[in-house]
Design a binder for this molecule. Structure first.
Ligand code: GZL
Length: 329
């Protein structure tokens, strides 16, 4: 609730309008909750703190909001969709100017996004997408092309086995069930290898994007699945957990079992430089500055591109050694 300070009686009408205008039309106008100092108020619901990528993503958003001088209302959902929905409803009640969030899973958002739309609060999706058919429920998606990331991973493996016909047994550690990066990284990888029948995914299981679960799941797979040639993990953290399990089983990661991961966070890049991972597809978490720029634009009612993809690359061992010293996250 924005409190408008009315000064001298003679100027009340004029001042109240300019003060409200100065407030960014906040308060009861329903066009957002800009405080009386005109600061943009951004409500952000984060998935959680499940991986090095997520930590870097949170830091990027918090640092960029501070640099922009915006008020950031930040909520950590601890991986639970109901907590994200709760947070978005709270941002609506507080009449923030803009809502942004990284949806932990793709489905189940239409109702709360309709409430935000009815309240006249624009929504920006960052990092992960939703499967809503109604594209008017959000202004834009800012993040990566996860299908492309999965394809890059698969293309590397195909190239490594060019001209060979012996079987290549792949274990896949998938991300959180129902999450856009898990769905699409699986899709892109499968697409890339489908013309090579000797390359086969022999086991696929979710490790929920965490190092701990990556280790536990890989321990089980090592017990039950003989002849594993390659591990494809949907993020570095699960790959790093799996490396612990592989070493405990007396095998050499990067040699007995080749490892491909996605993200390119520092710990993953170090393992790549050390030869325990063989190839990493980058997924940039540094979305903060672009998000703040988009928040300003959508608050002002400007039209923005419906899908804004981040610049990303891939790393071999030599490239990781060269990149590590300057790695920001
Ligand atoms: C991808 C992001 C994924 C990362 C994981 O944009 O949603 O979630 O790849 C993170 O490390 O947990």
């Amino acid at each position: 609730m924005v409190r408008v300070k009315v000064m001298a009686a003679a100027l009340t009408g004029l001042l109240a309008v300019s003060t409200l205008a100065g407030c960014g039309g906040g308060g009861d106008s329903g066009s957002g909750g800009g405080k009386d100092d005109g600061k943009l108020v951004l409500g952000f619901s984060q998935v959680g703190a499940e991986s090095g990528w997520r930590t870097a993503n949170t830091k990027s958003i918090q640092d960029a909001a501070a640099a922009a001088g915006y008020e950031l209302k930040f909520s950590d959902a601890q991986g639970k969709q109901e907590k994200q929905i709760e947070a978005i409803r709270s941002f609506i009640t507080q009449k923030v100017d803009v809502i942004a969030f990284s949806p932990v899973v793709t489905s189940g958002w239409d109702s709360v996004l309709k409430d935000a739309k009815d309240a006249g609060i624009p929504v920006i999706l960052t990092d992960r997408a939703v499967d809503s058919q109604d594209k008017s429920l959000y202004k834009t998606f800012l993040g990566s092309d996860f299908v492309k990331e999965g394809k890059e991973a698969g293309d590397w493996l195909v190239k490594q086995n060019e001209g060979k016909t012996d079987p290549v047994n792949v274990v896949e550690l998938q991300g959180t069930v129902g999450a856009a990066p898990a769905i699409d990284r699986q899709k892109g990888f499968a697409e890339a290898i489908k013309a090579n029948p000797n390359i086969k995914i022999v086991k696929s299981q979710s490790g929920n994007f965490t190092r701990a679960e990556g280790k536990t799941v890989m321990e089980g797979i090592l017990q039950s699945t003989p002849d594993i040639d390659v591990l494809y993990a949907h993020n570095d953290d699960m790959g790093l957990g799996a490396i612990e399990a592989i070493e405990a089983a007396g095998k050499k990661p990067g040699k007995d079992i080749q490892i491909i991961t996605v993200d390119a966070v520092k710990d993953g890049m170090q393992a790549l430089a050390d030869g325990k991972i063989n190839f990493i597809v980058e997924c940039s978490p540094l979305l903060g500055p672009q998000l703040m720029d988009l928040a300003k634009k959508v608050k002002a009612g400007e039209t923005v591109d419906p899908r804004i993809l981040t610049e990303e690359t891939t790393f071999t061992q030599e490239q990781a050694k060269a990149a590590l010293p300057d790695r920001k996250y």
